[in-house]
Write a protein that binds this ligand. Structure first.
Ligand SMILES: [Zn+2]
Length: 325
């Protein structure tokens, strides 16, 4: 078999047209989902300190932002809510007049073509900051399911296009699917955070969503970062319960997990390029230590190359602009 000098790998990379022709992975605006933080109140557009360029918006300020996102060609947003009141059972998560329910209606009215995906989890709404109902210091799985179902249904009724449970309770995809089906939402897809690792990369998000746990951590329900066989079992469960899209979160430190899930399942995969990944790039770029644009494109391309179909990323608006140039 031929080797050097007959074989010269450099032939196909000698100039830009050649490289473009044989590029294996492409990143397009269609691949991007932009996360949005919606806060109770009026007239608020507040930058998150640890996430430069990312803002909390009150519902009245959200419409303009949604129009800008759509004008950039981005197809979908993922909503997180910061309510006025928090309590032990996250009541404001499933009220028809809640902050997310209002936000869904406002966006769908202003920009009907923009897909609205909603995060379903209680941690932004509970006084203790955990993702479910706490009984004797532990998050109770089955009691939490009842509340998650109510939350998902209220998002569906408000007009959400995709429901995205992120709580990591066992069985939640199945119970949400059943209730959506019984309530006439048979065509509403579920994007499951099937693989949500207990990660240090989430800390800037907790500033943005004001959802830090008040005691303990989330390791009794989120996945251990060392595990990949367990990840496949998690995906198996969610697929069996009716998940339409599988999410891996975080993305950058879990490219092997994305790749393994890609090889094992045929479902669409979403990867969440999380707040800590974003903050590291922003902090280094602000000091002039890295080329932000090249780094971001390289990171997002690597996430696609690993096997993700879509990427949830705070860089989405910048990337959409760069792709237009
Ligand atoms: Zn949560």
């Amino acid at each position: 078999m031929g080797g050097f000098p007959q074989v010269r790998m450099r032939r196909l990379r000698k100039n830009e047209p050649m490289r473009r022709l044989f590029r294996e992975t492409s990143l397009g605006v269609d691949d991007l989902i932009y996360p949005l933080f919606v806060i109770h109140g009026r007239g608020i557009r507040r930058e998150v300190e640890s996430m430069p360029g990312v803002f909390q918006y009150s519902v009245d300020k959200l419409t303009r932002e949604a129009k800008e996102i759509a004008a950039l060609g981005i197809n979908a947003v993922l909503l997180f809510g910061i309510p006025q009141d928090k309590d032990e059972v996250g009541s404001s998560a499933y009220q028809p007049g809640g902050v997310i329910q209002q936000a869904i209606r406002a966006i769908k009215k202003a920009v009907p073509g923009l897909l609205v995906i909603t995060d379903v989890c209680l941690c932004e709404y509970t006084s203790h900051g955990h993702c479910g109902v706490v009984v004797d210091g532990e998050v109770d799985n089955d009691k939490t399911l009842d509340l998650l179902v109510r939350m998902a249904l209220s998002h569906a009724e408000a007009g959400a296009d995709i429901i995205a449970p992120s709580d990591m309770m066992d069985g939640r995809v199945g119970v949400i699917r059943s209730v959506l089906d019984e309530s006439g939402f048979v065509d509403l897809p579920i994007m499951s955070y099937a693989l949500k690792y207990a990660s240090a990369f989430y800390s800037p998000f907790r500033d943005a969503a004001q959802s830090a746990p008040q005691f303990g951590d989330r390791r009794s329900y989120q996945m251990d970062s060392a595990n990949i066989r367990e990840a496949l079992r998690e995906v198996e469960q969610d697929v069996a319960e009716g998940a339409d899209i599988i999410m891996v979160k975080p993305a950058l430190a879990y490219l092997d997990v994305i790749s393994k899930v890609r090889d094992t399942f045929n479902h669409p995969i979403a990867a969440y390029n999380v707040s800590g990944e974003y903050a590291m790039v922003k902090a280094a770029a602000a000091r002039g230590w890295i080329d932000e644009r090249r780094i971001v494109m390289e990171i997002l391309t690597s996430i696609k190359r690993a096997g993700a179909d879509v990427i949830i990323t705070y860089h989405a608006k910048d990337v959409a602009r760069w792709l237009q140039e």
